[in-house]
Design a binder for this molecule. Structure first.
Ligand code: SAM
Length: 466
């Protein structure tokens, strides 16, 4: 037996044995296998086919997610310029099934209630294809920043990022969203293979207190779903208390919801529990188990609001208009760098930051807002400084001032390390000022050209070290 199995809590093993029965030994054997990395191609920037043509990694497709792959071999996908350019998100393979069950459609209003660090939120953004709105919420202030960084890297231009409690969101929005995801905080049994901390922190009391919290969160998430809308509850844990029991106690109290139909698209196990007259069986509950499918394991339940819901009239977001002088500065710089059709009426100034507000955004009065839209830059005393997220949100087709190098080019590595280039023979027609640095035609960040030297504006916190 390997050391990892010895570290698994005895009470956890007994519980798993009870539910898995004959399958327990093969489940246990997965703790002796290496967990495989997953990579989801960001279809906001590149199609899976195109990515296949340029990828240096050995990829194997996932049955349940058309943009999802397992990465084999020794590559380091987290340390590749394509990652920095947001061409993919590194995500555990079973986690990629969650948004596939949520099934957001372009143009819809979608809420991710517990979104940091952003695995599922970036997946939702990709599925929306820039149309409609994604509200990504995270309760912990310290985790919102990472969520924003990931959404920005992936080029999500129609995301609003909030730092609120589920209750305050439900009180504010009511039954507003077409789809709501509650990827609930849980005891993390599915993380045991990867995380020593998860193994150490587990206890039966922790399972119990997580279940109490989840039973409180799911009804708040449900309040946010419009009639006919979809609610998905997911965890990365196996315990029945945090999964089937949460769904069962919710459905008993909320007859206005039902489980969605099960579909063959998802080849996963059914709900656990007694087979006789179990109302959760044969419906839209999926258990992804590591001895049956690649990945660490997830629980996913899809629910549908049949009726009801508290309706609120929420006025559209009213952008805080820029002064004529500031508006001119922004316009001038934008026109220098890109051809993106910025509607000046959708620009809003919040403090000194300038945002592009997505067309279907609502007013957010009284809510803790981290980003009301796409952050495009900051107004300093006498100038407008473009934001990193502006560059990452633009396709090369919208740029007319850029430098692009192949992924292996030493200047790409130098750029990611925060170095300045030059003096170098830059193209003669390149004027001094801001431009976008690209890897193989995909924006990586900004630089400022001045007298033959490109000053590096790659954000300090993102720079590669070593
Ligand atoms: N969906 C994320 C992703 O795919 O990257 C992972 C979410 S993680 C499983 C659960 C999140 O719930 C954490 O970010 C945590 O901060 C948040 N959380 C913890 N307690 C919460 C509470 N009482 N209400 C809402 N969210 C909470």
């Amino acid at each position: 037996m390997c050391a990892l199995i010895d570290e698994l809590p005895q009470a956890y093993l007994e519980r798993m044995h009870l539910f898995l029965g004959d399958e327990f030994e093969s489940f246990l054997a997965t703790y002796q296998q290496k967990s495989l990395a997953g990579l989801r191609v960001n279809t906001l920037k590149i199609s899976p086919d195109e990515f296949h043509r340029i990828t240096p990694f050995q990829l194997q497709g996932l049955e349940w997610c058309p943009s999802g792959f397992v990465v084999h071999g020794d590559g380091r996908p987290g340390k590749h310029p394509y990652h920095a350019a947001g061409l993919y998100y590194l995500q555990e393979p079973s986690a990629m099934a969650v948004v596939e069950v949520l099934d957001p459609q372009p143009g819809e209003k979608v809420l991710d209630l517990a979104a940091a660090p952003g695995g599922k939120a970036t997946h939702i953004a990709a599925r929306l294809q820039g149309r409609g709105i994604l509200v990504a919420n995270e309760i912990h202030p310290g985790r919102v920043r990472e969520l924003a960084q990931n959404l920005e890297r992936c080029g999500a231009r129609n995301a609003i990022i909030l730092n609120e409690t589920p209750q305050r969101l439900a009180d504010y929005f009511g039954a507003y969203f077409d789809r709501v995801l509650l990827d609930a905080p849980c005891s993390g049994e599915g993380m045991f293979r990867r995380s020593k901390l998860a193994r150490q922190e587990w206890s039966e009391e922790a399972v119990h207190s997580c279940a109490i919290r989840q039973k409180g969160l799911l009804p708040q998430a449900a309040r946010l779903v419009r009639p006919g809308g979809r609610l998905v509850y997911s965890t990365c844990t196996f315990s029945v208390e945090e999964n089937e029991e949460v769904i069962w106690s919710f459905l008993k109290e909320h007859p206005e919801f039902e489980l969605i139909e099960r579909t063959n698209r998802f080849p996963f196990a059914d709900a656990w529990g007694d087979d006789s007259d179990n109302p959760l069986k044969g419906k839209g509950i999926y258990r992804i188990l590591p001895h049956q499918h690649v990945g660490e394991g997830h629980f996913i339940a899809g629910l549908h609001r049949i009726t009801g819901g508290e309706w609120r009239e929420i006025p559209p977001y009213r952008p805080k208009t820029l002064s004529n002088r500031d508006s001119q500065r922004v316009k001038q710089l934008m026109e220098d760098i890109c051809t993106f059709p910025f509607d000046p009426l959708r620009l809003s100034i919040e403090g000194d930051a300038v945002y592009f507000i997505p067309p279907s955004a609502t007013q957010l009065s009284g809510l803790r807002v981290h980003r009301p839209g796409w952050w495009i830059g900051t107004l300093k005393k006498d100038r407008f400084v473009p934001a990193h997220s502006l560059a990452l949100g633009l396709p090369i087709a919208n740029l007319h001032k850029y430098l692009s190098f192949p992924a292996e080019h030493p200047q790409i590595l130098a750029y990611l390390h925060g170095e300045s280039f030059g003096p170098d023979p830059f193209p003669a027609n390149l004027m001094d000022g801001w431009l976008v640095v690209c890897v193989d035609g995909f924006p990586l960040g900004l630089g400022k050209l001045s007298k033959g030297v490109l000053k590096n504006a790659y954000p300090h916190g993102l720079r590669w070290i070593g």
